[in-house]
Write a protein that binds this ligand. Structure first.
Ligand code: AMP
Length: 213
């Protein structure tokens, strides 16, 4: 299965992408995670991306298109893949089509704006393995410690309240039109993002069941 995961920032794409990846045994790639790693390592790509990310804006298309092109041409993707956070604009979707990659579905996780703000203020990320938690909806067993690798959890810089509002605006303006783009190709599946992670996972798995061999 070649899957695109869409949704507002904080809708739960990363969390659901990890669940789908585990169940289907296919790799998930998050452009956001790759860009954050580049920023941490101080690579030229990271330096170019950092100011856009800090302001809650999209990184230029050519940067993310390059990252995805490299990834999709690697051996890892031969049995399928999940794209978490790409494409995020119509030009990015067109670039993906131009790569000749067949997409089976574009799954959109739908969450209202007011819920997004609450979710992002409680989001915590593992400094070791990148796993995502929420202080209320998906807490770790021990406060601020990752269940999987025991590293400490932190709050992403771009989850600050003002940046979240910018990211939501960018989402509605630039990314949401992709729903029509994929609906026109009969690839769009919408799932309601619920308060409990497991409820959203159940809805996601049932929406994807038709792709099981
Ligand atoms: P995410 O972790 O998916 O929320 O992404 C965090 C930030 O990385 C976004 O706010 C953007 O600045 C940048 N980013 C991630 N994916 C893309 C993309 N496909 N196109 C442009 N910018 C992106």
């Amino acid at each position: 299965m070649n899957l695109i995961l869409m949704g507002a920032p904080g809708a739960g794409k990363g969390t659901q992408s990890a669940k789908i990846s585990e169940k289907w045994n296919i790799p998930a790639v998050s452009t956001g995670d790759m860009l954050r790693a580049a920023v941490r390592e101080g690579t030229p790509l990271g330096v170019a991306a950092k100011s856009c990310m800090d302001e809650g804006k999209l990184v230029p298309d050519e940067i993310v298109i390059g990252i995805i092109k490299d990834y999709l041409s690697s051996d890892k993707c031969t049995n399928g893949f999940i794209l978490d956070g790409f494409p995020r604009s119509i030009p990015q979707a067109e670039a993906l089509d131009a790569m000749g990659v067949k997409i089976d579905a574009a799954l959109s996780i739908e969450v209202a704006d007011e819920k997004i703000v609450e979710r992002m203020s409680g989001r915590r990320i593992c400094s070791g393995c990148g796993a995502s938690y929420h202080v209320k909806y998906n807490p770790p067993k021990v406060q601020d410690v990752c269940d999987t690798c025991s590293a400490s959890l932190y709050t992403r810089d771009d989850d600050a309240a003002e940046t979240v509002l910018n990211r939501l605006e960018t989402f509605h303006k630039t990314t949401e039109p992709l729903k029509d783009y994929y609906a026109a190709k009969n690839l769009l599946i919408c799932v309601e993002g619920r308060e409990k992670v497991e409820d959203t996972t159940a809805a996601v798995m049932s929406a994807l069941a038709k792709f099981e061999a």
